[in-house]
Design a protein around this ligand. Structure first.
Ligand SMILES: O=P(O)(O)O[C@@H]1[C@@H](OP(=O)(O)O)[C@H](OP(=O)(O)O)[C@H](O)[C@H](OP(=O)(O)O)[C@H]1OP(=O)(O)O
Ligand SMILES: Nc1ncnc2c1ncn2[C@@H]1O[C@H](COP(=O)(O)OP(=O)(O)OP(=O)(O)O)[C@@H](O)[C@H]1O
Length: 486
């Protein structure tokens, strides 16, 4: 552990974390106690499969080696890649914006090169071919241990379902916990506004579209293991969980997304933080850089102050387009492209496909691409009117919107009769589910958690600008502009 991290990574013990504190790290540095669970572009996630019940239902999130060399940061830089910075950002920035209950607590586990090398080899075969190029980052000195959000931890405390020494349940056994992970971003066929609409039919039809073409936007878990969503065996198992099977699960998920405040908050935050077109953001970023004031990544304290200012300002106000026109931002406002011209079909989005960024909606802006106007100084009514401080503030709020548009939400449900109250009371450290919901005559418990809520590097602004320009060019080639409706 680096000197800096060993001094700062003293997270308080939290209700979400295992009871046996302090952690016996050495037992976690055994590759045999981990199995591959999932990964994204920057991190690979492992499930604990060892025998210590204190860690049943937990995952380890390992950072992967960077895709490109990381720009070296000066002494005063906020170490955006350090776990303590990441954690403070997740809890004190994203937690404040969305609600702390949606953000998991984590426990730092010191890493060794020996372990990272060994685990890289062990998990290689389980990884998708397209992801194998980059192994664990050998320079990480700590990695976070997190509750596995695709499980209900206290069910395992009560039932010891995850006892790795026990025989696995037969495939015919009904699943105990069902989880769906949604990455609420653009897609050729998918309109995020449907998910946010509050209308059960629209939410459900958006989920159905996602299930038909999940790509990297939807993952499905039964008792913590990922299953292909369009598979008949998966659907047969779901029938055992809930009569009516898959269709009823989607009803249940739709009901949760409407009942719980998360999606309403998320939509408002995404839109208000992204109040200016990326063309403006890039212009302001470049103007600052040209005068020697290139924005750098904020420190933890600076991020907290930025969010506080945003909340104090009540920036959920009007949205200014590049041409200066103003439109209201509220739960019902905004227009979105939903698809491409049928005469000019585009390649489907694929993980790591170079066309992936040319979706019908741009996660880096909520403006409709087909109608977006290019930056034109003659139509710039705000030209030179704002201070450098305000330019910087707007760039920083935009960076927050990028994180909020890249996150995933994991929705986890189990039947209410799974909770053995007397036993879960004996294990208060395992946390409580967040909500209860009824569907027909049955009661369910659910929890919602957000993942992938790390800060984005501010020097990616030019990358986002380039993506945007590509998208504009793409839409200029289309004849028809289909929108999904607010
Ligand atoms: O830049 P993009 O649009 O390619 O987005 C990246 C995503 O690619 P996608 O477009 O969804 O295929 C990419 O998603 P995948 O891992 O490909 O599912 C990541 O979310 C990446 O974020 P980070 O590097 O982990 O911080 C994303 O990077 P950020 O744009 O969020 O920095
Ligand atoms: N606490 C958790 N519990 C269960 N599964 C998790 C947890 N954290 C992450 N995952 C799984 O691992 C996947 C990758 O994790 P994560 O999103 O943090 O990686 P990333 O590289 O930062 O993602 P991206 O490429 O989207 O930026 C998630 O999509 C999810 O399926």
């Amino acid at each position: 552990m680096s000197h800096r991290e060993s001094k700062q990574l003293q997270f308080e013990s939290t209700p979400d974390m295992p009871k046996s504190q302090p952690l016996t790290y050495s037992q976690l540095l055994d590759p045999a106690v981990w199995s591959y669970k999932a990964e994204g572009n920057a991190n690979v996630v492992l499930t604990y499969v060892g025998r210590d019940s204190a860690f049943f239902g937990y995952v380890l999130r390992l950072r992967k080696e960077p895709a490109a060399p990381v720009k070296s940061s000066g002494e005063d830089a906020p170490h955006i890649h350090s776990l303590d910075h990441e954690y403070a950002f997740q809890r004190n920035v994203i937690g404040v914006l969305l609600g702390k209950e949606y953000v998991a607590e984590m426990q730092p586990v010191p890493m060794t090169r020996e372990f990272l090398t060994a685990i890289g080899k062990v998990i290689d075969e389980a990884r998708p071919q397209s992801r194998r190029g980059r192994g664990p980052d050998m320079n990480q000195s700590v990695a976070p241990l997190l509750p596995d959000h695709t499980l209900m931890q206290e069910v395992f405390a009560a039932n010891s379902v995850l006892d790795s020494s026990a025989a696995p349940p037969p495939p015919s056994a009904p699943p105990t916990v069902v989880a769906l992970e949604l990455k609420v971003e653009d897609d050729e066929l998918f309109c995020p506004l449907d998910l946010y609409s509050g209308d059960v039919n629209r939410v459900k039809s958006a989920l159905q579209v996602l299930c038909q073409t999940p790509q990297n936007n939807l993952r499905f878990f039964l008792d913590g293991a990922q299953y292909p969503v369009d598979n008949t065996d998966t659907r047969a198992r779901l029938d055992l969980f809930l009569s009516g099977g898959f269709d009823k699960i989607l009803d249940l998920i739709a009901k949760i997304l409407i009942d719980d405040p998360l999606f309403r908050v998320l939509k408002t935050r995404q839109q208000s933080l992204d109040a200016y077109d990326i063309e403006w953001i890039f212009k302001w970023y470049s103007a600052l850089a040209e005068t020697g004031k290139e924005p750098r990544d904020p420190t933890e304290e600076e991020w907290e102050a930025i969010v506080q200012d945003y909340l104090d300002e009540g920036r959920e106000g009007p949205k200014r387009a590049v041409d200066g026109s103003i439109s209201a931002i509220n739960a019902d406002a905004g227009s979105f492209d939903s698809g491409s011209d049928t005469e000019a079909p585009q390649p489907k989005r694929k993980r790591k496909d170079s066309t992936a960024s040319i979706g019908s909606l741009d996660r880096h802006s909520f403006e409709p691409k087909g109608k977006r106007r290019r930056l034109d100084s003659d139509t710039d009514p705000f030209r030179d009117e704002i201070s450098d401080a305000e330019k910087l503030h707007r760039v920083q709020l935009f960076m927050l919107s990028v994180t909020l548009k890249d996150l995933s939400v994991i929705i986890t449900v189990d039947k209410d009769n799974n909770s053995k109250e007397e036993k879960s009371d004996q294990a208060p450290h395992l946390g409580k589910p967040m909500g209860a919901i009824r569907l027909g005559n049955e009661s369910f418990r659910y929890k919602l958690r957000v993942v992938d809520i790390d800060p984005k590097r501010i020097d990616k602004i030019s990358h986002y600008y380039q993506l945007d320009q590509d998208i504009i060019r793409h839409f200029q080639t289309l004849k028809e502009d289909k929108r999904c409706q607010p």
